[in-house]
Design a protein around this ligand. Structure first.
Ligand SMILES: Nc1ncnc2c1ncn2[C@@H]1O[C@H](COP(=O)(O)OP(=O)(O)OP(=O)(O)O)[C@@H](O)[C@H]1O
Length: 276
């Protein structure tokens, strides 16, 4: 379980990115983090794995305080948090298998990984994961020969090979088409359920957040302004998170009357297009 207590972040530039963040993320919960650009979503995710140093507060993973760790302790904590990125962060000239195996870098030591001599059990597990994400036919392909969706699947397999306790996911679908985005979100969700893994997913697409997360947290100007179930996300709450917008606009004035008689649910329309 991950807990954040009174977490704040002020960058050296003076920008206050987070204030008084209190959160508890139980094992197995998939949490979507939404909010307008600049709300502090990436900062929050990066405070958890200390890519950004929080200025105040406590962050604990299974009771271990993360904010005071350094050196080997910090490396150990980081390897228990798998990170999945918008731009995949793969090494283009390496194969799919090599990219996935790099998820073990935190465990195998420099020279072994330099010569790419990973223990056999790591290779077997990498193969199993690639099978699970549907890429066992592409083990030897170079990463730069893959589509965006395939690259993200490699990123997911690599994060899981770390044997993480938590997944930190930063806009995993921002570069993907709508269908691939849904497939990737579904995969992340299923894998979290299979492994009892908690995840924080920073995402701009509210419809995807609503469909695939157990819980949604809305940030605005560095503060939590909503924390609840996807079904509680009303248009009033979207206004609280993002500001004034016609979330319910569903039918244009020029729309033929017969089509107005059975409109799609306003909310689905608003969510599928307006919040990007
Ligand atoms: N390295 C940095 N130095 C100074 N200020 C920063 C830095 N990174 C982020 N900020 C500021 O912190 C605030 C929060 O930024 P952050 O990137 O966390 O927001 P976000 O919600 O992830 O935005 P987006 O959705 O656009 O990625 C913004 O005001 C931003 O300008």
């Amino acid at each position: 379980m991950l807990t954040l207590e009174g977490v704040g972040k002020r960058y050296p530039t003076g920008d206050r990115a987070l204030s008084d963040i209190d959160l508890a993320l139980p094992k197995g919960q998939v949490m979507a983090l939404i909010g307008p650009s600049g709300a502090g979503k990436s900062t929050l995710i990066r405070c958890v794995n200390r890519l950004v140093e929080p200025s105040q507060g406590h962050i604990r993973l299974d009771g271990d305080e993360l904010t005071t760790l350094s050196g080997a302790g910090l490396r150990r904590a980081r390897r228990s948090m798998g990170m999945i990125f918008q731009e995949y962060a793969l090494v283009d000239r390496l194969t799919v298998m090599e990219n996935v195996l790099s998820g073990r870098l935190g465990y195998v030591g420099f020279w072994r990984s330099f010569f790419r001599r990973y223990p056999e059990q790591d290779v077997r597990e990498a193969f199993r994961l690639l099978e699970r994400v549907g890429l066992d036919h592409a083990l030897d392909k170079r990463a730069d020969a893959l589509s965006g969706g395939q690259r993200q699947r490699v990123g997911i397999a690599r994060a899981l090979l770390q044997s993480p306790r938590l997944l930190l996911v930063d806009e995993p679908t921002a570069s993907l088409d709508p269908k691939t985005s849904r497939q990737i979100m579904r995969l992340i969700r299923e894998l979290c359920a299979e492994r009892g893994l908690a995840a924080i997913i920073n995402i701009h697409d509210v419809a995807l957040a609503r469909q695939f997360a157990d819980r949604i947290v809305g940030l605005n100007a560095g503060r939590i302004v909503f924390d609840g179930a996807p079904s509680e996300l009303t248009s009033d709450i979207l206004t609280t998170i993002y500001g004034e917008e016609e979330w319910d606009t569903r039918v244009g004035p020029e729309e033929p009357a017969e089509e107005r008689s059975a409109p799609p649910r306003a909310f689905d329309v608003a969510l599928s297009g307006a919040v990007r």
